[in-house]
Design a protein. Structure first.
Lengths: 311, 311
């Protein structure tokens, strides 16, 4: 009997994923029958993305796991009937893309590159020599797969990196803090702050006026994580007051960010259009295949979501 | 008898270097008498920078070494009377600053950050997802202390880096080529090229029309090395034709770059004002002290210039 896999990530993604998934299943030695529509009671695994073809999991009575194509699961955990295991995507290419975006933008702020890119006016600003990275305090909020990889890449460039996570973690090369008091310590005096936290009830609006006030004067904030981690009004107020030097934002409460949103016109904000990390079909398909292999072998799934925590 | 050291790097640098050098000499256990003016025949070592107070070394009959404060020595090797050993500066902070500039600008081009920084116009350019670094071919010309360190930092971020040097070298993590045929191979199809070669008769105008034509269409060129490595007219022609995508230039034939120079106004050129690497007094002073210690102990100098090669 072949394993039945329903591709429920939507018709837009089907052409991009059909061949890479089939190839990954074959590579993993799995006999899979995959389709966009299968009778719910016959589905073994669901490949999922929010906005796809399933919004209620109750009819999927024999489904062994829901395998999400993206890293974020905040739009999935509350869906009705989701009693089977849910797995997040941790795509190696996604991690690489995120590391490149974070290191590139941290260095952009560290080196002050925008001043030169935006002012090719014939003025030789030789006084703008940046300090070396070992004199620049970076704080990474979130020490999951993405945050840890980014923090370590920054530490390899000599940045002193303080990492923070809700529960205690250890990441080699980083000063790791946790809990509410650790958060205040991690933010105090930080010159560049990167947000890579999961979105939960606790992390919504985490970056508010009080926490922004802890940063070093003129600090830069980089958010490639989730839009609602930031209290947008507090962010704009801190930027307007000049306390915060710059915000580079890749994620927003509404995407695409509407053209009339004040972030676009603000001189201290750089909007990037959700480019930090995009799941790549080839590598993501191999992760999906590995989790189906594990499900069939009775081995614990990779990247399984803890429903109580929400990620 | 104290060791006599003449600080001949000019009165502008004396205030910045006086205390750090004295501290470094004391740390190294050296009994040094340092001044801006000493009778030439009594000088044991010269701390030097071009444009300083010495242009003829003939009167320095007992001088054991000329210790340059900068990495580049092309303005020194031809000075009259320079028969004693000449040492370049290889400042660890200078190497760090260079690595940060090179990695920051390679990632800036790789990620296409300028498009976003320069166009905050409300258009959500989500189609501009960059490839991952492992799909981006980077070529590093020059595998000295700076080129090797930059190449390895880029390789650590997964960029496939091809390095080239005049004579064969091996740098772990890089594909290393050498000689004239190796140069053509290193440039062919390269998407981002970084110039960190010493300036010699052979490397002047190395980047000419023919070599620019070898690069991938739309490639980016980054020059934090020496201005005359590039044939400026050929560079402008390649940029105007759109064959070359962008040039980020930190060094120029004339510095400060005159306001009327076409590089400033060219939409495909980013001028940065020689910020890639600046010698730092504290770390540079420790290198000077170590070389004086070596000279006194009869141990070979660090970073001694080969006069025949010119670097």
């Amino acid at each position: 009997m072949p394993i039945t896999v329903q591709f429920a990530a939507g018709p837009d993604l089907w052409p991009a994923y059909r061949a890479p998934l089939a190839e990954a299943f074959a590579e993993a030695g799995l006999d899979v029958e995959m389709a966009e529509k299968i009778a719910p009671e016959q589905v073994d695994y669901i490949v999922f993305a929010p906005g796809g073809t399933i919004s209620d999991f109750a009819p999927y009575t024999r489904c062994k796991a829901v395998l999400n194509l993206w890293a974020g699961v905040e739009k999935i955990v509350g869906l009705p009937g989701l009693t089977m295991p849910l797995c997040r995507m941790v795509d190696p290419a996604l991690t690489e893309g995120m590391v490149e975006y974070v290191v590139g933008n941290v260095l952009r702020h560290h080196l002050g590159l925008d001043t030169h890119v935006l002012n090719q006016d014939g003025i030789w600003r030789h006084n703008l020599i940046p300090p070396v990275a070992r004199e620049r305090k970076v704080t990474m909020l979130g020490l999951g797969a993405l945050g840890a990889a980014c923090g370590q890449a920054l530490a390899a460039l000599n940045f002193p990196v303080t990492g923070w996570s809700r529960t205690p973690k250890e990441v080699p090369g980083l000063t790791c803090l946790s809990g509410p008091e650790g958060l205040a310590r991690a933010l105090t005096g930080a010159e560049i702050v990167v947000l890579l936290l999961p979105l939960t009830a606790e992390t919504t609006n985490l970056i508010d006026a009080g926490r922004l006030a802890l940063l070093a004067p003129g600090a830069a904030l980089i958010n490639p994580g989730r839009g609602p981690l930031i209290d947008d009004a507090a962010l704009l107020a801190a930027l307007d007051a000049g306390r915060l030097g710059h915000a580079t934002l890749d994620v927003f409460r509404t995407e695409p960010l509407p053209p009339e949103h004040p972030f676009w016109a603000h001189p201290r904000v750089t909007v990037t259009p959700h480019i930090a990390a995009d799941t790549r079909p080839a590598s993501a398909s191999r992760v999906i295949a590995e989790n189906i292999r594990r499900g069939e072998a009775g081995v614990p799934f990779l990247h399984r979501v803890d429903r109580a925590r929400g990620y």
